[in-house]
Design a protein around this ligand. Structure first.
Ligand code: SF4
Length: 381
């Protein structure tokens, strides 16, 4: 099995099918401006810190490098690209002002790692590792997200956890700090290193993902970010592509076309049923109101007659039954006050005859509901 990276693990966890399409089937995702923008800024941060001896590059050198490293892919228009290009210069200017003053050469920049977790290879690049005055290490990961990170984001970030695993293996030095560096606002957000139990949990997770991949488990898991770049291969979206882009030769036989018609028919019929139900309720009420007003039990139309009755539902009053049953020790038998159980008790030989009689006498109308029975007059004749 090829080595896994954090990006692959996180993609598998979000949607195994997307992972397969991209990393096993080799489909190429579309270019996105935010990946280009993030990669350019990452390259510049690497350039700034990767000097062999201080001082770091001057601001002009950094901005020249930025211009020559600019990645244009994925921007929707020249205006959008120009806007982000200017924004990136602003970010880097601040970055330079902040970091040139207390500049220290890091222990590692864009450090590649390959580690083994019980036979599963994990591979990646760590943006920066600093050696702290205490002798411990600080892991820094640059992010170009729009919003700042919450404490929860920091404490649950799997990437930092995996990097801690790698750094501990490479240097045999304690990791004392984990940091997500928010480039857009030049804000370092740091937290304590992960505990041994959290590292174990991350190892388990890597093994679990590797096992699922080995077993070829690739279900599609839909999320708010769907559709991804491969909707034509996804069971949630593929049918849309069967309809909108059918192969001419197959158009006539595509089962999807009939299903698509059925979807529209289904929704239409549901709407019609709702409308008809509401109309039915209206005419029903007209008949009931007329019967009430005129004291009738049957109304005649041209071809049909409808019989009206007030249907009574009999049952028991809880307080009365309780008063009868409690002294006899029978109350527990109907504790949930189950009307049908009470009906059974009336004929239950195990219950004393006088109690059954009294219970029968307690049966009363507990609700009434008007019902209509239509009948076709011609058949009757
Ligand atoms: S569109 Fe389909 S394949 Fe793509 S992420 Fe969503 S569920 Fe997965």
């Amino acid at each position: 099995m090829n080595p896994l990276s954090y990006t692959q693990i996180s993609m598998y966890r979000a949607c195994p099918l997307r992972y397969k399409l991209q990393y096993i089937d080799g489909l190429k995702p579309k270019d996105k401006w935010y990946f280009s923008f993030g990669s350019t800024l990452h390259l510049c941060a690497e350039y700034f810190f990767k000097v062999k001896v201080p001082p770091p590059p001057s601001l002009d050198e950094l901005l020249d490098f930025y211009e020559s490293s600019w990645l244009s892919e994925g921007y929707e228009s020249a205006e959008e690209e120009a806007k982000y290009r200017a924004y990136g210069r602003e970010i880097l200017t601040k970055f330079w002002e902040i970091h040139r003053t207390d500049f220290k050469i890091p222990l590692a920049v864009e450090r590649i790692f390959n580690i083994d977790i019980e036979g599963v290879k994990l591979r990646g690049f760590i943006d920066r590792v600093d050696k702290l005055d205490s002798g411990g290490l600080s892991i820094v990961d640059y992010k170009t997200n729009e919003g700042l990170f919450t404490r929860e984001d920091l404490e649950r970030d799997l990437q930092l956890t995996l990097y801690q695993l790698a750094v501990q293996e490479i240097w045999y030095l304690p990791v004392e700090r984990l940091m997500l560096y928010h480039l857009r606002s030049n804000t370092p957000c740091s937290c304590q290193p992960r505990k041994a139990s959290q590292l174990d949990e991350a190892r388990r997770l890597v093994l679990e993902v590797a096992e699922n991949i080995a077993q070829e488990r690739f279900p599609a898991i839909e999320s708010q970010y769907c559709p991804c770049d491969f909707p034509e291969h996804c069971p949630y979206y593929r049918q849309q592509y069967m309809i909108t882009k059918p192969e001419p030769a197959r158009q006539g036989v595509l089962p999807g076309l009939a299903a698509a018609e059925a979807v529209e028919d289904y929704v239409l019929l549901q709407a019609q049923i709702r409308e008809l139900k509401s109309q039915l309720e209206e005419v029903r009420q007209v008949i009931i109101d007329f019967c009430h007003a005129e004291g009738l039990n049957r109304v005649f139309g041209r071809e049909h007659a409808i019989t009206y009755k007030l249907v009574e539902k009999t049952g028991f009053n809880e307080g009365e039954v309780r008063a009868l049953f409690e002294p006899e020790g029978l109350w527990n038998e109907v504790l949930s006050f189950d009307q049908s159980k009470l009906e059974q008790l009336i004929t239950d030989e195990a219950v004393a005859g006088d109690i059954r009689e009294k219970l029968r006498a307690l049966r009363q109308v507990i609700s009434t509901s008007p019902r209509l029975w239509p009948r076709r007059l011609i058949e009757e004749e």
